[in-house]
Design a protein around this ligand. Structure first.
Ligand code: SF4
Length: 233
């Protein structure tokens, strides 16, 4: 598999977003999906998928604790592109057990609780959503986080035992903003209110000028803990 990943990265070196999406569709066909967080990056990728491969499955994880603005964006995106975004929910029994035993806002109590909540509301549903895929597309960018510096366009995702494709890995925030503006891509209105990275409502706050891109995510924790588990290698 390592050779295959290296080969993909060589072939896609310097490739555009369109070329990466088109290549991925040729390579993986119906066993390819976009896992959209409905963030700005995933909206750019969705825009390209709607043009190049409108039949591709796009899904998003509904944790049950999202912002109303995110739900509104899902509806707007479906309407603008005439596509369906599959909603993936956590297991109801697991959520009930967790909140009844640890509290409705358990994530503020400890890192362990927060990781459990992310695991039940995000990681387990993600595993289920990826069952029928060989590869998935993510909107990660290297610039977003210290933990993402060594990522490449194509990677082996050890958590999900699948290939992960990061077509925007080299994009800058400026490039992303210009692309969204020039192509009139719908985006979460919270981005205009100081939220560069948007997750669940109780775990996301706006950032101040000069703060890190992900400073508003789980702001009460130290920087090295700031991943929800979806992208941990
Ligand atoms: Fe739970 Fe917060 Fe993780 Fe959402 S971001 S799944 S509310 S801990």
């Amino acid at each position: 598999m390592r050779n295959r990943i290296e080969e993909y990265n060589e072939r896609l070196s310097g490739a555009t977003l369109r070329e990466i999406i088109a290549f991925s569709v040729c390579e993986f066909g119906a066993r390819l999906a976009l896992a959209s967080s409905m963030g700005a990056e995933d909206q750019v990728i969705t825009d390209m998928i709607a043009e190049v491969a409108p039949e591709m499955r796009i899904f998003t994880l509904d944790t049950g604790r999202m912002f109303q603005e995110t739900y509104d964006l899902i509806a707007i995106t479906e309407d603008q592109y005439k596509i369906k975004i599959q909603m993936v929910f956590p297991d109801a029994y697991d959520v009930e057990e967790m909140v009844n035993s640890r509290g409705i806002n358990l994530f503020y109590e400890s890192v362990e609780n927060r990781k459990l909540c992310c695991h039940i509301r995000k990681v387990e549903p993600m595993k289920r959503a990826l069952l029928e895929t060989d590869a998935w597309i993510s909107g990660l960018r290297r610039e977003q986080s210290a933990t993402r510096q060594n990522m490449q366009v194509v990677e082996w995702d050890e958590r999900y035992n699948r290939i992960k494709i990061n077509p925007l890995i080299d994009w800058t925030s400026k490039q992303l903003g210009e692309y969204i503006h020039d192509n009139k891509i719908p985006y979460n209105t919270l981005h205009d209110k100081g939220y560069p990275s948007i997750g669940c409502l109780p775990c996301t706050r706006a950032v101040l000028a000069g703060e890190d891109f992900r400073a508003g995510r789980w702001w009460w924790e130290s920087a090295e803990n700031k991943e929800c588990g979806l992208h941990v290698k």
